[in-house]
Design a protein around this ligand. Structure first.
Ligand code: FAD
Length: 464
């Protein structure tokens, strides 16, 4: 590729303590936590709202925040605060009331007890409120461009917006871009997807929402199908309405690589989220692939919408509300950190001493090649497993933390904690750690993790 060299002077827009890149579930929590703990904090977000996949991606419901048996809410802290604020504004149903096998959990049983339905519109406002109250400086429509690194130490970031190219100087940078954009560009070694499967990444999905669904009719069809107990020719049970997909496929009305109908009732009974689209072989760190995924995703939305109206009981009069303004990305880079969460840690229920998150979320890896190869495995030993603070600390570069789906984990390990409630608590931990390291006048990798844990517990987190 031809290259050009250009020198330019870049104005320093802010000098602050902590800059957070990305305002998704991990990022907005990191920014609020850092600011509440006394750090002057700037949040840089490329969209016009925070929430990432939860808002721009229309992803929902919140995956479970409970122990494996469903007896105890274990992901609390910042996630619970968000839920409580949403519930107060009629923007969510508390996960306590969303039970495995119900409409909100998409009629899933394993690993889906106590998911939480929420309204993405209300979530956008709730996040704005939390950031404003915490006095975070939020820069929307602003892209992270390059890290400022001196002697393997982060000094801030270069950003680009309508205002042009600018710099933010910061003592700690928290990368919550989902794709580890900052860490990668700063020189932290990263894996793309699963290196053992040729860097295969989970497929992308264009979520959309429909209204005017006759939920009672959907329920009736589901209950009838339970009695019929249909199985595939290979003896495996069909997932939700899988035989209807086969019928539509045979008639040429459905060609998406999905074998079950993924529909999830929202806060209002007639409003449902649709997680059926699937675009394979997309590397979402490549802008051409990303662009293709948006186009194919929107084409799939139309096909799936027509399929739902023509084939699925209760959806006959459904209306298309909106498709996501950002393609849904499940997996890209995983940083190399001081500890790496793997499948064994999840299945064994390992709890490291420097735990900053307890979760029971299953390893959920949608492999490329259709839903028949999706891997879904729950914690086997005990009720939950833990994530180490060291998984947020990249090797090589100082004064940088990474929170959210790109923490240091294998593809399978990340497949467990990539969902939104764990990402929020990882953000919470990163924000607290960044602020405390400044008070302790130490490198963020050397922060007293016990103090971070104590502060998180004071702020409502459950760490055992
Ligand atoms: C199809 C699909 C279905 C899913 N289903 C569920 C589910 O049912 N329940 C559940 O809980 N989770 C689900 N997930 C997982 C979950 O939505 C994500 O893994 C989670 O949102 C990750 O949070 P994050 O904060 O790490 O990243 P993201 O949500 O991706 O947020 C990253 C943020 O960073 C911003 N950003 C990125 N790059 C830059 C940059 N260079 N400059 C500035 N800003 C930047 C983005 O705009 C975004 O706001 C699903 C995901 C997908 C894709």
């Amino acid at each position: 590729m031809e290259k050009i060299t250009r020198q330019m002077e870049i104005p320093v827009k802010y000098e602050c303590d902590v800059v957070v890149v990305g305002g998704g579930p991990a990022g907005f929590c990191a920014a609020v936590a850092a600011s509440r703990n006394g750090a002057r904090t700037v949040l840089v977000e490329k969209n016009g709202c925070c929430g990432g996949m939860a808002t721009a991606g229309l992803v929902g419901p919140f995956m479970t925040s409970y122990s494996k048996s469903g007896d105890k809410m274990i992901i609390r802290g910042m996630y619970e605060e968000v839920i409580d604020r949403l519930v107060a504004q009629d923007g969510a149903i508390h996960p306590e009331y969303c039970r495995a096998g119900d409409q909100i959990t998409g009629y899933h049983f394993r690993g889906h007890d106590h998911c939480g339905a929420f309204d993405p519109e209300v979530l956008k406002r709730v996040i704005d409120e939390m950031l404003t109250e915490a006095n975070v400086k939020v820069l929307y429509h602003t892209n992270f461009v390059e890290p400022l690194v001196e002697d393997d130490c982060m000094k801030g970031v270069i950003i680009f917006s309508k205002s042009g190219m600018e710099a933010i100087k910061a003592k700690v940078v928290i990368d919550c871009s989902g794709d580890a954009d900052v860490a990668y560009r700063a020189g932290v070694p990263c894996d793309l997807g699963d290196p053992e499967r040729g860097s295969a990444m989970q497929p992308t999905t264009m979520f959309f929402r429909i209204a005017n669904v006759d939920w009672e009719k959907v329920e009736e069809a589901f209950q009838k199908s339970k009695l019929e107990n249909r199985v595939r020719p290979n003896g495996k049970p069909y997932g939700l309405f899988g035989w209807i997909i086969e019928e539509a496929r045979a008639k040429g009305d459905f060609d998406v690589e999905r074998e079950t109908v993924g529909i999830y009732r929202g806060v209002k009974k007639d409003e449902w989220s649709v997680n059926i689209s699937r675009i394979l072989d997309i590397n979402a760190t490549d802008v051409e692939d990303l662009s293709k995924a948006e186009v194919v995703g929107r084409q799939q939305v139309l096909q799936i919408y027509n399929f739902l109206k023509n084939y699925i009981p209760g959806c006959e009069n459904a209306k298309l509300m909106c498709s996501a303004s950002h393609i849904g990305i499940r997996e890209t880079r995983h940083i190399k950190g001081e500890a790496t969460l793997n499948a064994d840690n999840v299945l064994n229920g390992d709890i490291p001493e420097d735990v900053i998150l307890l979760a029971s979320n299953s390893i959920d890896v949608h492999a490329s090649g259709g839903s028949s190869v999706t891997k879904y495995v729950c914690v086997e030993n005990g009720e939950w497993y833990g994530v180490s603070y060291k998984s947020l600390v990249p090797v090589k570069i100082n004064q940088l933390l990474v929170a959210g789906r790109s923490i240091s984990a294998t593809s399978e390990g990340a497949g467990a904690v990539r969902v939104m409630p764990p990402c929020m608590e990882m953000g919470h931990a990163a924000g607290v750690a960044a602020a405390l390291s400044l008070k302790q006048a130490c490198l963020v990798r050397d922060v007293d993790v016990k103090a971070v844990q104590e502060q998180m517990v004071k702020e409502g987190s459950f760490l055992g």
